[in-house]
Design a protein around this ligand. Structure first.
Ligand code: NAD
Ligand code: UFG
Length: 345
């Protein structure tokens, strides 16, 4: 299939491009590199031995999108978004504009190009503070911050759009906590500035870029008092997108799927697993709870298991080993001063 991947230079997008190219799909990426590096795409090609087309552009710009759709597209995988919860509280309009505005522009371009299949990056954040875990897809939805609001609104807009065009197929993938890296260590998570998320923070402590981890609360009603999450290997997540594209080809309508392992780990358990994988001590201090955090959030992945025929296969040890392999081989992440050699713009 000819696939357009928005945000394909980013963390999850680049890993998904590897899975798509390895499955024999033709891939075009559109990305404005606002939170990524074109080097990731060079490395995707190095890993797969296949080339992809890169359009450096913004999905809110119709000309850039027209360029991306040139040559025909069978389905779109839509990662492009801003994703920092804290920043979204400071600059909600930037998040509404980029995430919601970008998604509307993308759906318009899809209509113009006659493309009817969409796989969308949603998030467990759409469950807000769930009443019970593991959480199912039919649990009540709620936003607790502007970033989460954009995911919720985008899901609803896509649903309405699908309802208006019976031939349209959309798969909403609600990721839990993606971590890890491609086993080659060539691509991985490279947050700008201080990491918001646990795994990249731990990896930067291990490699000596940060002194110690701050654990946000040890007084939650969990076995060791620290927060419990459903961590998911990014290569399992990448494979789920391949499955979702195939599913969309045969199933018009709009469906949401949780993507997680169904198994939760506490912050302390993850730290311990990382110490084992890396052989490095992870100094930490206990700090106060982070605003908006829940005690425990895990997925009920049965729907994705049954309908997408997808099961997460990597355990926490593989997640930590691959995250460490990436971080230790690229202590400073991607350097950002190289350009990609096949720009189409
Ligand atoms: P990322 O920031 O690494 O990737 C997003 C990519 O989109 C970046 O390369 C960025 O440059 C690009 N982008 C953003 N706005 C754009 C625009 N207007 N036009 C073109 N490109 C644009 O983030 P990620 O972790 O790979 O996340 C990918 C998707 O998955 C996002 O939609 C995110 O909200 C969602 N998600 C991520 C997580 C997570 O923990 N990483 C969890 C749940 C959902
Ligand atoms: N944590 C720490 N110290 C840190 C970072 C995180 O103790 O420096 C703890 C958090 O308190 C939480 C756990 O580690 O208990 C996981 O935190 P992350 O920030 O890695 O992940 P979250 O579950 O908070 O957030 C992730 C995504 C969000 C998304 C949310 C929805 O980053 O974008 O899942 O499930 F909205």
């Amino acid at each position: 299939m000819k696939l357009l991947v928005t945000g394909g230079a980013g963390y999850i997008g680049s890993h998904t491009c590897v899975a798509l190219l390895e499955a024999g799909h033709d891939v075009t990426v559109i990305d404005n590199l606002c939170n990524s590096s074109a080097i990731a795409l060079q490395r995707v090609q190095e890993i797969t031995g296949r080339s992809l087309r890169f359009v450096e552009g913004d999905i809110r710009n119709p000309e850039h999108l027209a360029d991306a759709f040139e040559g025909g597209v069978d389905a779109v995988i839509h990662f492009a978004a801003l994703k920092a919860v804290g920043k979204s509280c400071e600059q909600p309009l930037a998040y509404f504009d980029n995430n919601i505005g970008g998604t509307i522009a993308l759906m318009q371009a899809m209509e113009q190009a006659g493309v009817s299949r969409l796989v969308f990056s949603s998030s467990a954040t759409v469950y807000g503070q769930p009443e019970k875990v593991p959480v199912r897809e039919d649990a009540p939805l709620n936003a607790t911050n502007p970033y989460g609001r954009t995911k919720l609104v985008m899901e609803q807009l896509i649903q309405d759009w699908c309802a208006s065009r019976p031939e349209t197929a959309a798969v909403l993938l609600r990721y839990f906590n993606p971590v890890g890296a491609h086993p080659s260590g060539l691509i991985g998570e490279d947050p700008r500035g201080e990491p918001d998320n646990l795994m990249p923070y731990v990896a930067q402590v291990a490699v000596g870029r940060r002194e110690r981890l701050r654990i946000y609360g040890d007084d939650y009603p969990t076995p060791d008092g620290t927060g419990v999450r459903d961590y998911l290997h990014v290569m399992d997540l990448a494979r789920a997108h391949r499955k979702a594209v195939d599913y969309a080809a045969a199933h018009p309508g709009c469906e949401a799927f949780n993507l997680g392992t169904g198994r939760g780990y506490s912050v302390l358990e993850l730290v311990q697993a990382f110490e084992q994988a890396s052989g490095k001590p992870i100094p930490y201090e206990i700090s106060t709870r982070r605003a908006g955090d829940v005690a425990e959030l895990t997925a009920e992945p049965a729907l994705a298991n049954a309908k997408l025929r997808w099961v997460a296969t990597h355990d926490i040890h593989a997640m930590c080993a691959d995250a460490w392999n990436w971080q230790s081989k690229n202590p400073n992440g991607y350097s950002r001063d190289m350009s990609f050699n096949t720009y189409s713009r």
